[in-house]
Design a protein around this ligand. Structure first.
Ligand code: KIV
Length: 262
């Protein structure tokens, strides 16, 4: 049985850190499922790591549904959450309900995530929660607002910006989000927010004080050409894939591959 939303909430009071990672297809999800990862996020970062877009902005609701269905087929243990992509929820609460409803109905994931904390968005979150849809929030560096933020840069550096993020975190909690991703903000700010909330915070580039951590699995595996300064690679998959392909290529060219069939 997959971890439930109430069980995830319990992790905070138990003081047991939440382990979260992203996935974008069945092959990766099925491997993550063999581990003890608590949350698998079908993040819209898949637009960059799996689809080759320069940002997450071009990702569509159909893209997310397609990938979330594949991921969900590989997961039996973790709570699976799917991102609402850019402009699939910002128009109105009705649009958000329609998009989130489609994701839950068509993919089998248990929850959705959306970015930002403006008052109108907080209202949208409340509507989704009233409809029985678990929502994860996301504050700090919110990549769907990349052009407004001026790049993938740390947020909450001034007192005013930090205060705004802390206030939005409280408003999102009151609206009913069950967890909050804090991306690329100062560690002291995420500590303050984590201590002020009853729901768990899940950090990415937000220091050690959050109730859990998330990474884009591509970065953790050392698969990409570049990775954000805050992401740690625990493997060098890019190096290993390159070496394996080069060895295969050499073997084929030297007539060493394809021995007689058994
Ligand atoms: O899209 C994504 O992968 C995310 C994580 C970075 C939290 O939102």
């Amino acid at each position: 049985m997959p971890i439930t939303v109430p069980q995830l909430l319990q992790r905070k009071s138990d003081g047991r850190p939440i382990v979260a990672l992203t996935a974008w297809d069945y092959a990766l999800a099925e491997v993550l499922d063999q581990t003890d990862v608590d949350v698998v996020l079908v993040g819209d970062s898949l637009g960059m790591v799996a689809l080759g877009h320069p940002t997450t902005l071009p990702v569509t609701l159909e893209d997310m549904i397609h990938h979330a269905r594949a991921v969900r087929r590989g997961i039996t243990q973790a709570l699976t959450v799917c991102d609402l992509p850019f402009l699939s929820y910002q128009e109105s609460p009705a649009q958000a309900l329609h998009s989130a409803g489609r994701i839950l109905k068509e993919t089998g994931v248990q929850a959705v995530k959306l970015e930002g904390g403006h008052p109108w968005l907080v209202e949208t979150v409340a509507r989704l929660v009233e409809a029985g849809i678990p929502v994860m929030g996301h504050l700090g560096l919110t990549p769907q607002s990349l052009h407004q933020l001026g790049g993938f840069r740390q947020q909450g550096q001034t007192e005013e910006a930090a205060g705004r993020i802390a206030q939005q975190a409280l408003a999102l909690e009151q609206a009913g989000v069950f967890a909050l991703v804090l991306e690329h903000i100062p560690a002291e700010l995420s500590r303050k927010i984590t201590n002020s909330l009853e729901i768990p915070t899940i950090g990415i580039g937000a220091g050690p004080h959050c109730d859990g951590q998330i990474l884009v699995t591509y970065d953790l595996l050392g698969w990409g050409r570049r990775r954000p300064p805050f992401a740690r690679a625990y493997a060098d998959l890019r190096g290993q894939i390159t070496a394996a392909v080069q060895q295969y290529s050499q073997d084929v060219r030297q007539g060493l591959f394809a021995p007689d069939s058994p």
